[in-house]
Ligand binder design. Structure first.
Ligand SMILES: C[S@@+](CC[C@H](N)C(=O)[O-])C[C@H]1O[C@@H](n2cnc3c(N)ncnc32)[C@H](O)[C@@H]1O
Length: 268
């Protein structure tokens, strides 16, 4: 599928059903381009949490994964799950986009391992209650749905008591700044409190892409509302010498404001 021609890109309200559905089509159409751009940085079987380059190998946000049942939602091409499989976890990668999962199969072949992968919307997971020790996502699902509370509720449902839910998102403060990695991206131009999503629409007015903003308080409310206990908020600093830009992320802004927020929580 080739990407649709866009006639609108900016901030505007979206009917909830259209916004949630757009994610799947956009990621199907753009899987190859996305991985051409970012695949090398992510690595075929590496676990990178964010554009700052924080690796699970160093961060240990999921705890001890050996022998654990681990579910990745919004897994994209499953790089993190592939890494987990190689580190002793029973990992399952899920994503709403068949295009991203197909790209994952190619990475499986290249890496010589096969990560179990299931096509699923993170808001309606096809797994029984209490079937995982850990559920996580690195920038998957949550930014692309209008009703993120459902993602948190599903994570809580499929977790066993004591299990961890860890999710990385764009740091909410970034919403107030233009998506520009240069110094121009350091001037506040939007209200941090304005939740109007960023939208790309095609010639027919159909929403092709929608990304949703949530404040720190919104994320905390979603976690607590799902019956989970918030344990930590990690704001990875931009490492010295790391000069790779990713969209609006890069060393110039990374030196001044956080770009990623990683929440860790558990089911009591
Ligand atoms: C930025 S990628 C993150 C994946 C991976 N960590 C990476 O960095 O490539 C976002 C992923 O979220 C997936 N996604 C979007 N909406 C989703 C939903 N409702 N349920 C599950 N996955 C979704 C997309 O298909 C895409 O693969």
């Amino acid at each position: 599928m080739s990407p649709p021609r866009l006639s609108f890109a900016g901030f505007r309200a979206v009917p909830p059903a259209q916004g949630g559905r757009a994610g799947r089509g956009w990621w199907d159409a753009n899987a190859a381009e996305y991985l051409d751009e970012h695949g090398e940085f992510l690595g075929p079987a590496d676990f990178c949490w964010c554009p700052e380059g924080l690796r699970e190998d160093d961060a240990h946000l999921l705890g001890d994964v050996v022998g654990r049942d681990v579910l990745e939602v919004g897994a994209g091409a499953g790089q993190c799950s592939r890494w987990l499989g190689a580190h002793g976890a029973r990992a399952v990668a899920t994503d709403v986009s068949a295009g991203m999962l197909r790209a994952g199969r190619e990475l499986d072949r290249a890496a010589g391992v096969r990560v179990p992968a299931v096509q699923a919307d993170a808001r309606a997971l096809p797994f029984a209650d209490a079937s995982f020790d850990v559920v996580f996502t690195a920038f998957g699902a949550i930014p692309f749905v209008p009703d993120a509370a459902r993602v948190h509720a599903e994570a809580a449902r499929v977790l066993r008591p004591g299990g961890r839910w860890v999710f990385a998102v764009t740091h909410p403060i970034r919403w107030a700044f233009p998506d520009d990695p240069s110094a121009r991206g350091l001037t506040v131009t939007r209200s941090y409190f304005d939740r109007t999503p960023y939208v790309e629409a095609d010639d027919a007015g159909q929403v092709a892409y929608a990304e949703y903003h949530r404040t720190l308080g919104d994320h905390v409310a979603d976690v607590v509302g799902a019956g989970l206990v918030l344990d930590s908020l990690v704001e990875p600093p931009w490492p010295a010498g790391h000069d790779r830009t990713w969209g609006g992320w890069g060393p110039v802004r990374g030196a001044k404001v956080p770009g990623t927020a990683i929440f860790t929580a558990h089911r009591p």
